[in-house]
Ligand binder design. Sequence first.
Ligand code: F6P
Length: 542
Amino acid sequence: MLKLPTWSSIEQHAKTAKDFQLVKLFEDDPARAETFRLHCAGLHLDFSKNLISEQTQKLFCALGEEAKILDSAQAMVTGELVNASESRAALHTLLRTPHGEQPKQLDSNASQVSDALKQMKSISGRLRDGDWRGHRDNKITDIVHIGIGGSYLGPSMVDEALTTEALPADTSNNIACHYVANVDGHHIHQTLASLNPDTTVIIVVSKSFTTMETMLNGKTAKKWLEDAMPASALQHHLIAITSNISAAESYGALAENILPMWDWVGGRYSVWSAVGLPIAIRYGFDKFNELLEGARQMDKHFLESDLSENMPFVLAWLGIWYQQFFSVTTHAVIPYDHGLRNFSEHLQQLDMESNGKRVTAMGEQVACDTAPVVWGGEGSNGQHAYHQLLHQGTRQVTVDFILPMQPRHPLTEHHDQLVASCLSQSQALMVGRSRQQMPNLEPKLAAQKEMPGNRPSNTIVVDKMSPYSLGALIALYEHKVFCQAMLWQINPFDQWGVELGKELGDNIFDAIKGDAIAGDAIELDGSTESLLRHYLALRAKT
Ligand code: F6P
């Protein structure tokens, strides 16, 4: 990015932009809110409360052209090996492309996607209709979805986000979905304790089918089934979603109950695949299709819109602008929607596992900050907690507010208050409160009450939260992360940084299993060794 010709012009421009005052920018241009606004797939991005001018946008669009962002996007969606370090394609967009509309060279991949969708439709339909029976011929009432990272965050977040989706009048086919990720035994233990094995199906989701947490939780869940039924009955209670078919069969799932994952779809982009099966089970396959359709519309917008009107690209360059020139290192995503209360967890994996990297795809040091620390939580709860820091803290934090316009409940006054809360927060960040506005206060107190203002934010207005708009929203952030990666010239589709911890974890686990730091067979630093010895000593007593 820093080597692209327009970058030096952006640096020059930033010197004047540092003096931008948001309130003044609005005074000078009454049409500003219209200028910096985009629409797509039921989402409206208001990015007018940013420290930018039309010149800023023009320069970043030129930078995006130089970086050939849209050419790179084409390379991604047409199946080039954009994940070069693993020699893989990144074809999550194909998962939401209607069969027949794919590029010719992806015919075989598209057929696999289509077959997987049929399998999802059939399994989710049978479970919902009560045709899938437990070993005692009971209807299935509960699903336990076991997975971690992308095999967990996407489906659990979407499920939670749609909780308030109107369910069919006949709710007799509702199935409760429980999600277990953590290897902390409390989670699986508590989840299973409340369920009846005769009416429960376990879904083990792991692309590799080797991930420690998922394998152990899967083993524990299988043991729970085995304790309640003969081995021959397990097949009625197990589904696996993986690219490692033989391991899933050894685990005990019938071939027809194993759904595919592919090495050409990254875990954090996999909610659109069979990984999203619980969504189809809980809400019906049509709703799952609506989710895909929303994402599809965002894909089309991203691939076909000019960079100046390209929502993902706009979010991408704004992030880079603040990191580079305003020392912003953390980005908060604050949805004013209870269903999206864990949206930022999904974004953390998407953004930080994709772009939390320090070298380019060519192995060179990146000469600037890459992925921000992404965090957030639901509004208005945060207003009574961390918003203090957003308004008066020493650190600059950029914020995306997400605001659905129509509620999915009948309590109008609640929604009016929610909307007022959200709008007032971005307004307060922008306008602040000066000491001059508090002339009667003694200076010491006035200093503490002063709010600097001029703090930027985006507001993403959603007409109404639905599977369609949620699909568009998730895809918006996927493409934002992709654009930033292209500007930083890093590979967003690998995650080598998580490997070392896994290897060291295996070593330490072996030492624990051997109940000793066997002949000092593993090399440990003083701190880790002393912590481990402490654990072993306690473990020996229990
Ligand atoms: O450890 C990181 C990671 O590989 C993620 O990228 C992935 O989503 C997660 O682990 C789970 O992997 P799997 O689906 O193979 O169990």
